[in-house]
Write a protein of this length. Structure first.
Length: 538
C-alpha cells in the first residue's frame, strides 16, 4: 500500500477532460499512454526483451490484476508458455521509463526502466549520482505478438499412439482455450490414423498480431543476430506494419552476445539492405542482448523519443476489446463473485468508474420471424486497472482492465474479443455484409515455406473464402461479388465497425492463412439492434 501512496492520486470529482494530456502526472503515474508492439520471427527474443525492460514475464495482466499468481511479478498464465518460452496468446506488460534529473549523468546510463508499480521519483542507480532523483518520462505498454509452433509428429499405423496424440491435443486445446480445433484434429486422427503438427497455427500468429497492431503507436522489430536476415516471418510482419502505416519503428538487433563483432557488423549491413524501400528504412538499428541487459538503457532513450500520439478526450468513448475473462474461481460464493473483466485499449475519450456502457455486437439471436438481430450488452464499470494500479478514470493509450457488472459467463475465455465498448447509443452499426473498396493486393506471398516463397497472389474470385481482420475481430467471409478494386463479402459473424475502417484480407494457401492484401469499408448491410433507452439506467 505504501507504493500506491507515492503515486499521483486520481480524483474523479475534479476531473476536467479538456485539460488532460497523455503526460499529465495523474495519468502517467498509474497508466501507460503509449502502446509499443513487438514483432519479429519466432524465438528472436521479443518476450525476453520485455522482461529486460519491465521485469515482467509478459502475458495476460488482467487476470493477474484480479487473481494474483503465487510468483510476484509473473503474469504468464499458460503452463505451455512457460515451458517453451514462447507467447501463445496476445500478451501485455507495462513499464515506466525514467531519466536522471542531473544533466551531468552520462547517457544512456541516465535512462532506466521499471515495472508499472514503481514510484514516480526513484533514486538514480548510476554510481556517483545515487543521491539524485529520477524523473518519470514515459509510461508504456508492450503488446507481444504470439506464436503457436508445435513440432512435427508422424504417428502412422499405431492406434495406441493416435489415442495418446488425441489426449495430447485435448490437453493443448484446454491450455490454449482453442477447443474448436478438437473436431478437425479428431477427424484427422480417425481418417488417417495419424496426426501432423507442422507449425500448426502460424495462421493464428498473423491474426493475433493484427489484433495487437490495431492498438500500436510504435513497434519494435526484433531480428536475431545469430540468424540470417530476413527470416520469412520477419518479412510478413514488416508487410503488416507497412499496411498499417506505422511510422514509429525501432529495429533491435538482438542476441549480439552470441556472435563475433565482425559477424554483427555484417548482419547490420544485411538488415539495412532489407529495410530499404520499406516504412522502416530510416529506423534506428540498435544492437542489444535481452538476456544480458546489454544496451537496454539505449533502448529506453529511444523510447523517450517516440512522439506522443494525439488523443481524443472529448468525443464519445470507444474501446476495442482484445481480451475478456471470468476471474471467479470454481466454487466461488455468490456474494464473492465478480462481474466479467474486459481487457483492451481506449481509442477515444475517458472511461470512468460507475459509468454505464454498451458493448456491440453483444448477443446475436434470431427473432420469431427467423431474422437475425443483435442485443447489445449493457453494463456498469465497477473498477478500472492498469496492471495492479487502480484507476478512477482511464484515458486513451495503454492496455486497461475493465471490471464490469455483467454476467461473467459472457466474458470467459475471450468470448467478447472483437466487441466494441462505448456510451449507450454512440457506437457504430453492426454489419453482417460488407462492401470493401480500395483493395490492394500483395504481388507475391510472404512469410511462407521455401517451396511457396515468391508465389504470386491470385486475384479474388466469387465464392472464395477469406479471413478478415477488423479492429481486434477475426472473422470469416465469403466473396459474393468482386470487381477490380472492390468486393462484397458475406460475413460468418456480425461485426461492429465504422465506415472507412481498415480491413486486412487473408486467404488459404497450402493449409495456412496467408496475408494477401487490405482495403477499407465502403458500405454494408446492418443488423437490427435491440436498444434500451439510456434513461432506464439512470
Amino acid at each position: 500500500m505504501a507504493q500506491k501512496e507515492i503515486m499521483e492520486q486520481q480524483d474523479i470529482r475534479k476531473l476536467d477532460v479538456t485539460k488532460l494530456h497523455p503526460l499529465s502526472p495523474e495519468v502517467i503515474s498509474r497508466q501507460p499512454t503509449i502502446n509499443i508492439g513487438l514483432i519479429g520471427h519466432v524465438a528472436h527474443g521479443k518476450t525476453t526483451l520485455v522482461r529486460a525492460i519491465s521485469g515482467i514475464q509478459i502475458a495476460i495482466p488482467y487476470s493477474y490484476v484480479y487473481r494474483p499468481f503465487n510468483t510476484f511479478g509473473l503474469t504468464t498464465r499458460f503452463k505451455c508458455e512457460l515451458e517453451r518460452n514462447i507467447t501463445v496468446k496476445l500478451g501485455y506488460a507495462n513499464a515506466k521509463i525514467y531519466k536522471c534529473e542531473d544533466e551531468s549523468c552520462p547517457q544512456p546510463l541516465c535512462y532506466m526502466s521499471y515495472g508499472s508499480g514503481k514510484e514516480d521519483n526513484p533514486p538514480c542507480d548510476v554510481p556517483g549520482f545515487r543521491n539524485c532523483k529520477m524523473k518519470l518520462l514515459r509510461h508504456i505498454s508492450f503488446v507481444d505478438c504470439p506464436v503457436w509452433l508445435l513440432r512435427l509428429f508422424n504417428l502412422q499405423n499405431n492406434f495406441a499412439l493416435c489415442a495418446k496424440a488425441l489426449e495430447f491435443v485435448l490437453c493443448i486445446c484446454n491450455f490454449l482455450e482453442q477447443s474448436y480445433k478438437i473436431v478437425g484434429l479428431a477427424c484427422e486422427l480417425a481418417t488417417n490414423m495419424k496426426i501432423t503438427f507442422r507449425k500448426l497455427g502460424h495462421e493464428i500468429l498473423m491474426t493475433r498480431m493484427l489484433s495487437g497492431a490495431t492498438v500500436m503507436d510504435a513497434a519494435f522489430l526484433l531480428i536475431a543476430a545469430n540468424e540470417s536476415c530476413p527470416q520469412p516471418q520477419t518479412i510478413e510482419h514488416l508487410s503488416v506494419v507497412d499496411i498499417l502505416k506505422l511510422q514509429n519503428l525501432i529495429v533491435l538487433q538482438n542476441k549480439v552476445d552470441t556472435i563475433q563483432e565482425h559477424q554483427a557488423r555484417k548482419q547490420f549491413k544485411a538488415i539495412r539492405e532489407f529495410l530499404k524501400g520499406t516504412v522502416a528504412q530510416d529506423a534506428p538499428v540498435v544492437p542489444v542482448s535481452s538476456q544480458l541487459n546489454y544496451n537496454i538503457d539505449a533502448v529506453c532513450e529511444y523510447i523517450t523519443k517516440i512522439p506522443i500520439p494525439k488523443r481524443d478526450f472529448v468525443s464519445p468513448p470507444h474501446m476495442v476489446v482484445v481480451r475478456s475473462f471470468d476471474v471467479n474461481k470454481p466454487g466461488c460464493g455468490i456474494n464473492d463473485m465478480k462481474g466479467g473483466v474486459l481487457g483492451g485499449t481506449i481509442t477515444k475519450v475517458v472511461l470512468k468508474v460507475n459509468q454505464i456502457v454498451e458493448l456491440r455486437p453483444g448477443i446475436i439471436e434470431k427473432n420469431a420471424d427467423g431474422k437475425t438481430i443483435c442485443k447489445p450488452i449493457y453494463s456498469r464499470i465497477m473498477s478500472l486497472f492498469a496492471e495492479q494500479n487502480k484507476l478512477q478514470f482511464a484515458v486513451p493509450g495503454g492496455l486497461i482492465g475493465v471490471g464490469t457488472s455483467m454476467d461473467p459467463a459472457l466474458s470467459r475465455s475471450d468470448m467478447l474479443v472483437g466487441q466494441v465498448l462505448g456510451d449507450i447509443g454512440t457506437l457504430p452499426e453492426v454489419y453482417i455484409k460488407l462492401k470493401i473498396r480500395k483493395i490492394k493486393q500483395l504481388h507475391r506471398l510472404v512469410g511462407v515455406e521455401k517451396n511457396d516463397f515468391g508465389k504470386q497472389v491470385s486475384n479474388l474470385l466469387k465464392g472464395e473464402v477469406l479471413m478478415l481482420n477488423i479492429l481486434s475481430m477475426t472473422i470469416g467471409a465469403q466473396i459474393i461479388t468482386v470487381r477490380k478494386n472492390s468486393a462484397t463479402l458475406q460475413l460468418t459473424a456480425p461485426v461492429c465497425t465504422a465506415i472507412a475502417e481498415k480491413v486486412v484480407l487473408s486467404c488459404r494457401v497450402g493449409g495456412h492463412w496467408r496475408l494477401i492484401g487490405w482495403g477499407e469499408i465502403e458500405d454494408g448491410v446492418a443488423l437490427d439492434v435491440q436498444t434500451i433507452p439510456a434513461e432506464m439506467f439512470s
